[in-house]
Design a protein around this ligand. Sequence first.
Ligand SMILES: Nc1nc2c(c(=O)[nH]1)N[C@H]1C(S)=C(S)[C@@H](COP(=O)(O)O)O[C@H]1N2
Ligand SMILES: [Mo]
Length: 510
Amino acid sequence: MRTRLLAPCAGLVSGVFALGLAEVIAGVVSPASAPVIALGDVVVANVPPWLKDFAISAFGTHDKQVLLGTAYLIAAALSALAGVLTVRGRGAGIWLVLGLGTLAALAAATRPEASLLSALPSLLGAAAGMFVLTHLARAIREHAAAAPRTVAGELAGRRAVLGLGAVLALGVAAGGLGNWLGARLRGAQSSREALTLPTPADPAPALPSGVEVGVDGMEPFLTPNADFYRIDTALSVPLLTAEDWSLRIHGLVDREVTLTWDQLVAGDLVERDLTLMCVSNEVGGDLTSTARWIGLPVKPLLERAGVGADADMVLSKSSDGWTASTPLETLTDGRDAILAIGMNGEPLPLEHGFPVRMVVPGLYGYVSATKWVVDLEVTRFDRAQGYWTPRGWSERGPVKTGSRIDVPANGETVDGGKTVLAGVAWAEHRGIGKVEVRIGEGAWQEATLGTEDTVDTWRQWYLPWSGAPAGRHTVQVRATDGDGAVQTADVAPPAPDGATGWHTIQVTVG
Ligand SMILES: Nc1nc2c(c(=O)[nH]1)N[C@H]1C(S)=C(S)[C@@H](COP(=O)(O)O)O[C@H]1N2
Ligand SMILES: [Mo]
């Protein structure tokens, strides 16, 4: 065994051990205080809009895994470096570990929901890492000093390798234990499993027949929870329980209101279908899904608190400090803005905001759909900002009219004899009046619409297409909303307030 190879391995192994131990402690303290999560959160909070845009368009809803993967790769490289430095007898290796641990501890301790304990995982992890690294380095140096071909040298080498393996296994096991502990101790999963959703006082009618156009390859009208798109800044899902949840309504109000879980479920719950859309959705993108939500209307709650005459915004906040700025009028003009607890007949999944999130028809998620919501501050746009506004996104985010071709897929070859074009269109809270399709430079042809569920949900469409000549064709779609406004052809990127332009695909007729 060469020292040259053992040194970076010792660093890596110490790194795994340090992070594993930190995970266990974070499992007890709070999952978000784990060093890589805490540092990753700082990165997420400071990404420029173009980079967030790029990450979402390149990796979609896998942006988190990519970020975490990158973070672990960097941690691995730095650990290896610390190993090499330490084995060579340089103090810089140990200082590197201490520096990283301190940075991560600071990041964890300055989180919105942090306590003094939040610094512990990184500090103790770093201490353990320094201890293990120092000892491994010494063992490796002894091995190198002994003549490698002697029995003593062989033994020292074997001992070094065994030691590395044992520490590595311990670290990995600790990491797994930490994650398991985190989920159990906070009880979010068991709280969710123990719940039975209350029956809404005002249930949604059965889905009208014909909301699905019945074309192969189309998504279902209601998106199963497991397939519902997910976007948020939380590298580790906030773990709340229904029993401990409460919501504070304050700010420009006559009286503060605190709502507990029991009070929420005892209220007049409504059930509503609503399509949610992310402002980062590119033209033709899939960051939109539809669910049947159960929740408590926001309006009567605000009335109970008594909203001041000069208020024009509600800043909703999640347990991990994320915020959304929602125009007050969209919460009081009679549309179905709700504090949702149910999603397609189940309690909210943890990653979709358990136990309570907000949804507001007609607004992009970043200005309305706060998950893990715990605080509503009645305020003004000239006094407060939502999370994404100082990061280059518009303070208001009404959903823009849009449409998408789902069948056939872009670049697909179809049978010219008889085929069908199909997709979805949306104009939340205005509804869809018309969808038109154009093939090449031909005339716009009106598609057949699926039955409307509500003006707050997307609408499927289809257009039979037969007798097309062989070759490549461009297909475009545009929608007209319920007020008669045609979807704009102007091409705009997602930032700052939503992408526009007509979805255009290429289809080859075979
Ligand atoms: N707490 C919290 N809520 C959040 C976000 C977030 O980052 N943190 N992202 C918002 C954004 S940008 C969107 S598009 C929707 C997505 O909701 P979903 O993940 O349930 O689809 O959640 C919104 N609510
Ligand atoms: Mo979003």
